[in-house]
Design a binder for this molecule. Structure first.
Ligand code: GLA
Length: 747
């Protein structure tokens, strides 16, 4: 891995043999991006990939020059990376090369910005380029870190005011990326509550197209992710880009195709509802963007992002530790529980091999429903006569871990906290506050609010042995305003809110380093790369229906690793869709995630309990694969009629794998079909064991890796419905909603 600076050509080449980025100082001092993507040989100059000479846009306005730090108003009319309002009110900058540094490793970003890290300086190299605007003294540092082990570039920018007068940053992207053509299909992950991260694709067209959030969180409607693929790109061949933003607040992610059919991508903080004054001497650092290039299809893009997010964004002891199989009581009880009921549920869960019991919403204050008590983080002694400590003690005595739900950023108007501090809820004096789910958001831009909540939550976590925390966030921000900032600084509000949330995470994760945190936002509305720096797993969606989950988990898997995506088996009829699916189908879907259950185990039939015992045993034996293996997508629920989905996990060396094929509805006379696998050793022989329920395998055959990948594995139509199969709650509606799993071991 190298970052090479050619002093004569004034050209940098960053490469790890799997991707290359080439930049050059143009004749006018601007920094050009000559190439990004496929790996190129070190040594030769690539200046011919840009303009022969470039003295600026004089008499050649609008030309599609690839730029590293595009700004408005100087002849480049595409979307800019940086907009600064100068002391005279103009927004023109002329950012010319001043200096650069090449560093081993990767320095952390300023403050609380989540970012990737290295454990050894040999894991990455960093190039920092300073470009400066002489009239104002604005200096922008462009940062590029290339990883040794993944075709991934981490980027951010720091904007410093080294001039004599104040300026205002109006837009500050984490990255822009100029590509020489527009023959790409844009992918976004878009949806809404309970339907998060549908894969939405559209061929690029001239003009701007993209997604974003102005909700105060990254949101369920669009994810801070952009994908690009060629029309011919498949899961394992062809070119693809995957770009994520490590930021959990407002964002923009878009492509701008110009008249010459070149493409500029940009990703960063949404410039609407953002303005950051910079006094002389002050600086602003953007969040980090990760840009993965793949020549090996969408699978290669996912491999790269999964690797870097799982291993160098997630941190702490839970990054690598086995995640416990949990039972969450939410869909089992909602708000209706007491000490005895919880202990009964935990006892029943333990008997099935479940390793952790999680107490969800409703344990605090006067929380009898979702109209009251958010903010009152004292235990409800009517429900829990022996407090959290009492429940935790009994759960631990069963040999299980104990987890707890919190929603620290919120308050209900009907709460002691709101009665004491009505001004702590976000709102604009003199205007009505918009409620959502009967709750308001606390003003985390104010340090004293974060201090109060931190003390309250620390007291809860210190008073009982708690192993896991599910941190929820159940509404978006309206009436954005903070009385803690003067009028001319209200543009900082959203950014400071997110930093306040990160500050609370910092305090809790520092004080309780052994607690496993799972983030949540009304399901998956803050499922982003930034959260993974604090919480290595996230609740993927409030939709626990296994059929819906096929799409939600498939979409999430484009950028995010399986270990980050909480997935639970819930009861039927499903609470979101009313659908009846067999319990083994539900489990076969949820295992491809951070696995658990979310139902009342005391209300299950003996046959269901028996099925769960086998499911947990099956998962635990293969947990290493599910959690740390390579995830490979085989058949997309977004293609065709969506009736089939298939995916697999394989060990890095291809010696073990688990494959799952799901068929939603049964058709008469189904076509004979073979499923081609990926990620195996073509020269190895494998024992392939098929399962359709988890109590006993259907049988084992021996096959070659070459055959499994090049010819495929038979996906026989499901066997006919056995007599009496409808009755026992396990094999219900057996013909539809079938899953076939295959366990592969190299001989
Ligand atoms: C959100 C979460 C759910 C559950 C409820 C509790 O909707 O996503 O999993 O915790 O809040 O109120």
């Amino acid at each position: 891995m190298t970052i090479d600076w050619n002093d004569t050509a004034r050209e940098w080449h960053l490469t790890n043999g799997r991707t290359s980025w080439v930049l050059r100082v143009l004749e006018n001092g601007w920094v050009a991006l000559l190439h990004a993507g496929a790996p190129l040989a070190m040594g030769p100059s690539y200046r011919h990939l840009g303009p022969a000479t470039f003295e600026g846009y004089d008499n050649r306005v609008n030309e599609p020059i690839g730029l590293a730090a595009p700004v408005p108003g100087v002849g480049d009319f595409r979307v800019p990376a940086i907009v600064v309002e100068n002391p005279d009110g103009s927004t023109v900058l002329d950012l010319r090369y001043r200096a650069h540094r090449i560093l081993a490793g990767k320095p952390p970003l300023a403050g609380l910005l989540p970012c990737t890290y290295v454990e050894d300086p040999a894991e990455a190299d960093t190039l920092e380029i300073d470009v400066a605007d002489a009239p104002t003294g604005v200096v922008v540092t462009l940062s590029f870190s290339i990883f040794r082990d993944w075709p991934v570039m981490a980027r951010s920018m720091r904007i410093a005011n080294d001039g004599p007068a104040g300026v205002v940053v109006r837009a500050a992207m984490s990255a822009t990326l100029d590509l020489p053509d527009a023959a790409w299909t844009l992918q976004t992950l878009s949806g809404t509550w309970a339907r998060e991260r549908d894969v939405v694709e559209r061929p690029l067209v001239p003009g701007r197209q993209g997604v974003g959030s102005l909700r105060g969180g990254s949101g369920a409607e669009h994810n801070p992710f952009l994908g690009l693929r060629r029309a011919s790109t498949t899961e394992d061949a062809g070119e693809a880009w995957g770009i994520v933003l490590a930021w959990s607040g407002n964002f923009i992610a878009e492509a701008d195709v110009d008249a010459h059919r070149t493409t500029r991508l940009r990703i960063g903080i949404h410039p609407d509802a953002f303005a950051w004054p910079l006094e002389p001497g002050a600086a602003f650092t953007t969040p980090e963007a990760l840009l993965a290039w793949s020549g090996d299809g969408l699978g290669g893009m996912s491999d790269a992002l999964h690797g870097v997010l799982r291993e160098r964004m997630a941190r702490g002891p839970w990054r690598d530790a086995d995640r416990p199989v949990l039972l969450n009581n939410w869909e089992g009880t909602y708000f209706d529980f007491d000490h005895d009921r919880l202990v009964e549920m935990a006892t029943a869960a333990k008997a099935m091999g479940i390793e952790m019991f999680v107490l969800d919403d409703g344990w605090f204050g006067a929380r009898s429903d979702d109209h009251r008590a958010l903010g009152d983080w004292n235990v409800n002694r009517v429900k829990l006569r022996e407090g959290l400590e009492g429940v935790a003690r009994e759960v631990h005595a069963l040999g299980m871990q104990f987890g707890l739900w919190i929603e620290p950023e919120m308050v209900n108007a009907d709460s002691d906290l709101f009665r004491a501090h009505p001004d702590w809820a976000i709102g604009i004096p003199g205007r009505k506050r918009t409620e959502s789910r009967q709750q308001l958001v606390l003003d985390f831009a104010r340090p004293e609010v974060v201090d109060h909540v931190a003390d309250a939550i620390i007291a809860v976590l210190a008073a009982a042995p708690i192993d896991y925390v599910k941190w929820d966030w159940n509404r978006f921000i309206t009436e954005p305003f903070t009385p803690s900032l003067p009028p001319e600084r209200q543009g900082e509000f959203f950014f400071r809110y997110t930093l306040g949330m990160y500050e609370l995470y910092r305090r809790l994760t520092t004080r309780f380093p052994d607690i496993l945190f799972e983030s949540c936002a009304g399901g998956g509305a803050r499922f982003d790369a930034g959260m993974l720096a604090w919480a290595p797993q996230a609740w993927t969606s409030d939709d626990t229906d296994a059929v819906e989950r096929l799409r939600i988990q498939w979409g999430s898997s484009l950028p995010y690793p399986l270990s980050s995506a909480g997935a639970h088996v819930s009861a039927i009829p499903n609470h979101q869709t009313g659908r009846l699916t067999p319990i083994d189908f539900r489990a076969a879907v949820a295992m491809f995630g951070a696995f658990g259950y979310e139902l009342d185990p005391t209300a299950m039939t003996d046959a269901e309990r028996e099925a769960v015992r086998h499911q947990v045993a099956f998962y635990v034996e293969r947990r290493d694969l599910f959690q740390r293996g390579r995830f490979l997508r085989l058949r997309s629920p977004f293609e065709g009629d969506g009736n089939e989905t298939a995916w697999m996990v394989a060990s890095a060396d291809g010696s073990r794998a688990v494959v799952a094929h799901y068929r939603v509805l049964q058709h008469p006379m189904p076509v004979r079909d073979r499923l081609r696998l990926r990620g195996l050793d073509p020269s190895a022989r494998y024992l392939v064991t098929a399962w359709s329920s988890f109590d006993a395998p259907l049988g084992t055959v021996e096959r070659g890796g070459d055959e499994l990948m090049r010819v495929g594995i038979g996906i026989e139509p499901q066997e006919p419905v056995p007599a009496g199969a409808w009755a026992d709650g396990v094999r219900i509606v057996r013909a539809d909603f079938t899953a076939r799993m295959f366990d592969l071991r190299r001989v």
